[in-house]
Write a protein that binds this ligand. Structure first.
Ligand code: 5RP
Length: 222
């Protein structure tokens, strides 16, 4: 068994702190990834307190069911009070890159449906400017090379995540070498390319609260 890393300690601390935002009797939106695994472990201890969860991936749905937590359909629940998820990068204004686990589209849907989006990260995820982590873009398979060419025109180097099929049956392009100084504009621009399902930039709907370990991130003055 691997020894727990420092970042695991940060992930666990953030996940435990996020449990404090779960309201009695509510439906909880649950993201995807190794940080969220810790959150699901904690939620399992509190499963009697919640009505159930809506999940951003088949992977998290399986973990939730194994923990005895009912997995509900977002169409049936309507808006949810809370969504908890990790991120691959977070800037000082709580704008994120997500999709390292290929669940970005459902993650974006849950973030949009949530009154409060609590993002849980360890300190290694914090950056001044987004783009060090390759930006994931979910694409309709037949549009892969068309979208890739458009992404090159935007200054990136798209790499096909060969072998990965999303829960929606689509493919992922990871865009390298971007320095994302205007995340809102880039999110809008990439989402408009025909064949793009979602870009993993969360700027239009950033996190409301980012827990870095157990500590909430404070935004700098604008
Ligand atoms: C999955 C995601 C994850 O939130 C992101 O990849 C972070 O994962 P981890 O908690 O394992 O570092 O966006 O699509």
């Amino acid at each position: 068994m691997n020894a727990p890393s420092n970042s695991d300690a940060g992930k666990r601390a953030a996940a435990e702190a996020a449990l404090g935002y779960v309201e009695e009797g509510s439906v909880v939106g649950v993201g995807t990834g190794s940080t969220v695994r810790f959150f699901i472990e904690g939620l399992a201890r509190q499963r009697a307190r919640i009505a159930g969860a809506v999940s951003s991936s088949e992977q998290s749905s399986a973990l939730l069911r194994a923990a005895g937590i009912p997995v509900l359909d977002l169409n049936a629940t309507g808006p949810i009070p809370l969504y908890v998820d990790g991120a691959d990068e977070c800037d000082p204004w709580k704008r994120l890159i997500k999709g390292g686990g290929a669940a970005l589209t459902r993650e974006k849907i849950l973030a949009e449906a949530a009154e409060r989006f609590v993002c849980i990260v360890d300190p290694t995820k914090l950056v001044d400017v987004l783009g060090r982590f390759p930006l994931p873009v979910e694409v309709i398979p037949m549009a892969r090379s068309l979208v890739a060419r458009q992404l090159v025109l935007l200054g990136g180097q798209p790499v096909w995540r060969d072998g990965t099929v999303t829960d929606n049956g689509n493919w992922i392009l990871d865009v390298h070498n971007l320095r994302i100084t205007a995340p809102l504009d880039l999110e809008r621009e990439i989402n408009q390319i025909p064949g793009v399902v979602t870009v993993g930039l969360f700027a239009r709907r950033p996190a409301d609260i980012v827990l870095v370990g157990a500590t909430p991130l404070q935004e700098p003055p604008r």
